[in-house]
Design a protein around this ligand. Structure first.
Ligand code: NDP
Length: 517
């Protein structure tokens, strides 16, 4: 029986580690497209979470003891397991999250690539190395290494239920930690599948990656256990609660939060390509993408052509759950109210609604939102200031790219963004000055598919990084060691040092560093 089939027949707990606890309360995960039950999962209480983390502590020691090669080999087995079952997992993602199969496949493919990179680069990024010991400690050897923290708690959202949590899980495991993952209450089956796959692929250290399920209180219990670090991905509002809970136990946190990403379309941009990227960046996954494009600033020179291109392109999009649909239903029904409010606010403030809107056509069936394009929305409107997280985009006319950058940066968020420009130097300059953790030039979202690049935000979009060397180091502590190679006749860090030693040191420092330049 495949894992997906097992999940079909799931009761309180054939998935993940859930069957090992005595928790009796359960909850259902339902398909957003049909309302059908995808699985039934336990609500893990604080005792069950503590039990899971205790098992993870033992596993963390076994996992760390395997060394770089042992872990790399097992991470390869896990990656291979996922790669061979991409269709099975994408079917589950399609059912539980609602996104089209092809999008789920893309998400899993990116995850597999990140797993390969993290496992392949962990030793080089984190392993022991000698560093220069400097003038004052020339008789010592200096060593640096990055040691695992122990057990990492991961709390994830539902919008990319494989890719997003695995950005923390894969890098934490590759760095030598064990992981306990609490998936969103909207996608517990995907989380449980990922952990069950781990146990199948890595049977000798099955508890290095476990799942607990439930609601916010289960996540809060994971913060309080405590774990050695809590990697949170979700909204800024919940992120603040998680930080406050983690503060009780001084548990360090990684915060991957929401965004209000902007695209700037400059005078010499390829307008058709920019429109294609904008529509994908804003509407794919039903707009439920943390790094989705929500605001576009197009210069006067290209504005009319750009609006025409976007309007033409969105006319061929169709939300649905069939094989031909371009994007699926809203995974979380309550998000529709947010979209409706933002569109209504914008329209009331004088914005032009090109497609979508607030009437029945804009919501073609329960759970679905039509592609929505709003023009010249006032800067203080909620559609500009708050994360919408729906298949919407605003297009605003600006004098030039410089004004576009100023307005793009005028947000409390700072996750990512995009620049479309025909000039490499100008685009690079704008990208550097964009207040965001990531920017792609002449494409959207590309940075997420480059495993060597760090991923994370500034401001209300959070702090800390997943992916790349920074993402590996995020789950470690730097360890510094010195070893005296030979004793010097004069030891400055001894009460036995000669009286004149400090004066001699001051003279030497003056000669080496004191020259006026
Ligand atoms: P939420 O903030 O609502 O929830 C995120 C996770 O936190 C869920 O697992 C949730 O559990 C859990 N949670 C809720 N309350 C608490 C609590 N008090 N203590 C501990 N955990 C808690 O986000 P969504 O799931 O709605 O995801 C969408 C958000 O995630 C958007 O803002 C999006 O931009 C952001 N995001 C950011 C990404 C990034 O990398 N920067 C990537 C993807 C999404 P439960 O669901 O059971 O309530």
């Amino acid at each position: 029986m495949s894992l997906a089939e097992q999940l079909d027949s799931v009761d309180a707990g054939t998935a993940g580690t859930v069957d090992r606890h005595s928790t009796t309360e359960t909850f259902e995960s339902t398909a957003p497209a049909t309302g059908a039950v995808v699985g039934v999962f336990p609500v893990h209480d604080a005792a069950a979470v503590a039990e899971t983390v205790a098992r993870a502590r033992t596993a963390a020691e076994q996992w760390a003891a395997l060394g770089w090669d042992g872990r790399k080999q097992r991470l390869a087995a896990y990656r291979g397991y996922l790669a061979r079952r991409m269709h099975e997992l994408s079917d589950l993602v399609h059912r539980e999250n609602g996104k089209p199969h092809a999008d789920a496949i893309l998400e899993i493919a990116l995850t597999v690539d990140h797993l390969a990179w993290a496992a392949g680069h962990a030793r080089k990024a984190l392993g022991p190395r000698k560093v220069p010991s400097g003038m004052l400690a020339a008789n010592h050897a200096a060593y640096l290494e990055y040691q695992p923290l122990g057990v990492i708690g991961v709390i994830g959202p539902w919008n990319y239920p494989v890719f997003t949590p695995m950005g923390s899980i894969a890098y934490a495991l590759a760095a030598g930690n064990a992981v306990v993952f609490k998936p969103s209450e909207h996608t517990p089956a995907v989380g449980a599948w990922l952990a069950a796959a781990w146990r199948a692929a890595v049977p000798d250290v099955p508890d290095a990656f476990q799942v607990v399920t439930g609601f916010g209180s289960t996540g809060a219990a994971l913060c309080r256990v405590p774990v050695d670090k809590l990697a949170f991905t979700g909204s800024a509002a919940t992120g603040k609660k998680v930080m406050a809970t983690c503060a009780e136990t001084l548990t360090p946190v990684l915060m991957e939060l929401g965004g209000k990403d902007a695209m700037i379309v400059d005078d010499d941009a390829d307008v058709a390509a920019a429109a294609d990227a904008a529509v994908w960046g804003a509407m794919s996954n039903g707009g439920q993408t943390c790094i989705g494009i929500e605001r576009i600033y197009a210069t006067e020179a290209v504005y009319d052509r750009f609006v025409a291109e976007v309007t033409a392109q969105v006319s061929s999009l169709r939300p649905g759950s069939d094989g031909e649909a371009t994007y699926g239903p809203m995974t979380m029904a309550s998000q529709i109210d947010v979209v409706r409010r933002h569109v209504a606010d914008a329209a009331a403030a004088g914005a032009r609604v090109v497609t979508g809107g607030t009437d029945a056509d804009a919501f073609p069936a329960e759970g679905y939102v039509a592609p929505t394009v709003l023009l010249d929305v006032p800067d203080d409107s909620s559609a500009i200031t708050e994360e919408t997280f729906g298949p919407t985009l605003t297009i605003t006319r600006v004098r030039d790219a410089e004004e576009g950058l100023q307005r793009a940066n005028a947000t409390s968020y700072g996750l990512a963004g995009a620049i479309f420009s025909g000039s490499k130097d100008k685009a690079m300059d704008l990208a550097r000055r964009m207040r965001s953790g990531m920017t792609s030039i002449n494409s959207v979202l590309t940075f997420a598919s480059v495993p060597a690049l760090p991923f994370g935000g500034v401001g209300d979009s959070g702090f800390g990084r997943i992916h790349g060397e920074d993402g590996l180091k995020e789950f470690t502590r730097a360890k510094a060691i010195t070893r005296q190679r030979y004793a010097l006749p004069v030891n400055l860090m001894s009460f036995g040092r000669p009286e004149k030693a400090a004066d001699a040191l001051a003279r030497v420092m003056g000669m080496v560093h004191g020259s006026k330049r």
